[in-house]
Design a protein around this ligand. Structure first.
Ligand code: ZN
Length: 484
């Protein structure tokens, strides 16, 4: 089976092949942390969480990086309204964002990179653009001169001439051309600032991402994702910046864009009064149901949200959950070693087929909707075997079925809790959390190419009896015998 992905850049489905061996670098635009995260965020980040999980499941050594825009106009405005420092406001909503991601079981991101922690990288990328003649400084504001880059519009299909003719870009007397965008904003009274060769000020938006990815991934990388409203001008501008700065094309090989989330056919907005934060929805529905609801639509298609659809999702999810709970208790109650019957073998054949169908749906541009449809066939067959058969399947057969069910549903981040609500992968004690922390730190070090320390962490853990395995599904660990 070959993974096929829809690439916004080429406007077609293509086979997925990383740039370097098995290594995959994926970057997804993170939030601007000035408010609570809403359902649209949940949609985007659940979609990319599943993409990340599937790439790891398929054995790719994925590094998933997300930026956090923690300095921008909205943050400054909101902080001023509340009379607190912008950094305090941004940090508060960053923490709440991480909490929401955690609740939604979005745990695939290796590193969250804040803009304010990468200002030096941003400045040095702007310097490169200045040296190469792509950027110009007007009294402390630095702009990118878009017409100097001969390849503008290839991602969004926008054409420079029609852009100039249209009124899509505000006219600014200071800029040489209306389509030029800002890389560095000069200091305004009362705003946070950083020193730069052009005077004190703060970074523009687009350059934040390119400076961050260049630091961790190098000049070119595999996947850039985000919601589809970011294609233009944000992602188009990123390509413009990066390919001008490095001279290398393509900046990113695959561009993935998730569809919108509307509310009863309308764009979700505070002014329309149809705005839902993640916390609003969690008041009534648990996180697995929200995930399930979001994944029941292919990630590129729009989702229409209404409470009645979420209710339907809850009912439909409960049907799957009932089969799964039935399976758990059947495994627990089955007598040991009754021997595998012909019916058992047939059942296992069917389960194998469902697993293959599930995976081939995922191979088709991460088609979670089709994959979930397979789960219903799986559950239907399972119910017949558990509740309809004269002789229940043998314990060994049931265990194999359970393993397969968990193997594929974990790709979706569903059914990771048992009946008592405990995580089935037993990630609930301090040892798990500490080793998890070391794995995260090691991933960060690896992204910075500090292989000496990453090896040291691995070797030291091994010497105390913890073996890290960098293969399928990212880095896993197990307790082994101590090396004396
Ligand atoms: Zn971005």
């Amino acid at each position: 089976m070959v993974l096929k992905v829809y690439n916004t850049l080429t406007r077609q489905k293509e086979e997925f092949h990383p740039m370097t061996g098995n290594r995959v670098y994926m970057f997804v635009c993170g939030p601007t942390t000035y408010d609570h995260s809403h359902l649209g965020h949940a949609r985007t980040y659940v979609a990319f969480d599943v993409i990340a999980r599937y790439l790891r499941y398929q054995g790719y050594d994925l590094f998933y990086l997300m930026n956090i825009t923690d300095i921008d106009d909205n943050i400054i405005k909101r902080a001023n309204e509340r009379d607190i420092p912008p950094a305090e406001l941004a940090e508060k909503f960053f923490k709440l964002f991480i909490k929401d991601m955690d609740t939604l079981n979005i745990n695939s991101v290796n590193l969250y990179a804040k803009a304010t922690e990468h200002v030096q990288e941003i400045i040095s990328q702007i310097e490169t653009l200045m040296e190469k003649g792509f950027a110009y400084n007007v009294s402390g504001n630095v702009y990118f001169e878009v017409r100097k880059f001969g390849d503008f519009g290839k991602l969004s299909g926008q054409d420079l001439d029609s852009l100039q003719a249209g009124a899509r870009i505000e006219v600014d007397q200071e800029k040489r051309n209306p389509e030029d965008f800002v890389l560095w904003k000069s200091e305004k009274p009362g705003e946070p600032t950083w020193d730069s060769p052009w005077g004190s000020g703060r970074p523009g938006w687009h350059i934040e991402d390119t400076a961050i990815t260049t630091k961790y991934f190098g000049d070119q990388y595999d996947i850039h994702g985000g919601a589809r409203d970011l294609i233009f001008p944000h992602h188009e501008s990123e390509i413009t910046i990066a390919e001008s700065a490095t001279g290398k094309k393509p900046f990113v090989r695959y561009w993935f864009h998730s569809g919108f989330l509307n509310v009863e056919g309308e764009k979700m907005s505070k002014s329309l009064g149809n705005f839902f934060t993640i916390q609003d929805v969690l008041q009534k529905y648990n996180a697995e149901i929200i995930r399930y609801f979001l994944l029941y639509t292919h990630y590129k298609s729009p989702i229409d949200f209404a409470e009645k659809y979420l209710k339907e999702a809850a009912v439909s999810y409960e049907r799957l959950n009932k089969s799964y709970q039935g399976l758990i208790s059947a495994v627990e109650n089955a007598p040991d070693d009754t021997g595998t019957t012909k019916d058992d073998l047939e059942l296992l054949e069917k389960v194998k087929k469902y697993r293959e169908e599930f995976l081939s749906a995922m191979d088709d541009d991460f088609n979670t909707r089709e994959a979930i449809a397979t789960l219903f066939e799986f559950s239907h067959t399972l119910n017949k075997a558990l509740f309809g058969a004269v002789n229940p399947p043998a314990k060994d057969t049931l265990t194999q079925i359970q393993n397969t069910f968990l193997e594929i549903t974990n790709i979706l981040g569903l059914f990771e809790h048992d009946a008592s609500g405990k995580k089935t992968d037993a990630g609930d004690n301090i040892v798990d959390e500490l080793i998890g922390l070391l794995i995260t730190i090691r991933d960060k070090l690896r992204a910075e190419k500090n292989f000496k320390l990453t090896d040291e962490i691995r070797d030291t853990l091994k010497s105390i009896g913890v073996k890290l395995e960098d293969s399928k599904g990212g880095t896993s660990w197990k307790i082994v015998e101590k090396k004396e």
